[in-house]
Design a protein around this ligand. Structure first.
Ligand code: SF4
Length: 267
């Protein structure tokens, strides 16, 4: 399936005044561009954009939302599928535990508990981004252990079809965030029990576990001289077996949204 061409933060940034005047209540025009793509800000929040420019951008933003997976529909199907599963048998296969009718799955260091009807509770607030991908992880027909081999999104089955969305909703906004808030990635390690790793061509490389058998690697290189900054997200080879590409995309887009909210709140 080919996806619509969608707006990236940089496309929005290009048409902004670039004065970093902060009237949109954000520290910079780049942060504003990322927030518009992430859905936390509206084009109207920048008083310097002309109606003409706003209209042109709005059309593209609408195209983006219709290209995204339909969350409510997906959730309904997943809830039906969970009811058919034997959670006790499934638990060890997916790196979870089972006790007294409840499956417990660790996500970024926090426990999420799922019952036989797919109802979820957690010690922390249940964030919508985690719900559908977590149920998809539980319901996925195949499960593979972690391999230790990292591959790009493009190398995962179906990845090429979702690459445009993945770049514009995951890698680009996260790079903009890391550019604007150099402390963010180190804070993510602390907040979400991530692990800084060596041996990659990057200023910072960190591994996160959104789900037990879904390790992801974030590599960030800050801008230097004429070289632009770079941020790449890699996946353990098992990710393509343990989760459908759509769910993997939804998971990463949700993670980036959550990081944007953390940045907006704390920096
Ligand atoms: S109000 Fe507009 S020009 Fe000012 S910082 Fe925000 S995006 Fe940039």
């Amino acid at each position: 399936m080919k996806q619509e061409k969608v707006l990236t933060p940089l496309e929005i940034y290009k048409v902004l005044e670039k004065s970093n005047c902060k009237r949109c209540m954000l520290p910079s025009c780049l942060a504003f561009a990322a927030a518009v793509v992430g859905g936390q800000k509206k084009l109207d929040d920048c008083p310097h954009l002309s109606e003409e420019v706003k209209n042109a951008l709005s059309v593209k933003l609408e195209k983006r939302s219709t290209a995204e997976p339909r969350q409510a529909e997906v959730m309904g199907k997943l809830l039906q599928e969970v009811k058919m599963l034997d959670l006790a048998v499934l638990a060890p296969e997916i790196g979870a535990t089972y006790d007294n009718g409840i499956l417990s799955v660790r996500s970024l260091g926090k426990e999420f508990h799922v019952d036989s009807k797919g109802r979820m509770r957690s010690e922390c607030h249940i964030i919508p981004w985690v719900q559908a991908p977590l149920l998809a992880y539980i319901c996925h027909p195949n499960h593979q252990q972690i391999t230790g081999r990292w591959i790009s999104f493009r190398e995962i089955k179906g990845g090429i079809d979702w690459l445009g969305l993945f770049r514009s909703r995951c890698e680009t906004p996260l790079r903009v965030l890391a550019d604007n808030h150099p402390e963010l990635l180190a804070d993510i390690v602390d907040l979400f029990l991530g692990e800084e790793v060596e041996g990659f061509d990057a200023d910072i490389a960190l591994v996160l576990h959104p789900f037990p058998h879904i390790p992801i690697l974030l590599c960030y290189q800050a801008a230097e001289g004429d070289l632009e900054s770079e941020l790449n997200i890699f996946f353990d080879e098992c990710c393509g077996v343990n989760l459908h590409i759509k769910s993997l995309y939804t998971l990463c887009a949700g993670l980036v949204k959550m990081f944007e909210q953390i940045a907006l709140k704390h920096y």
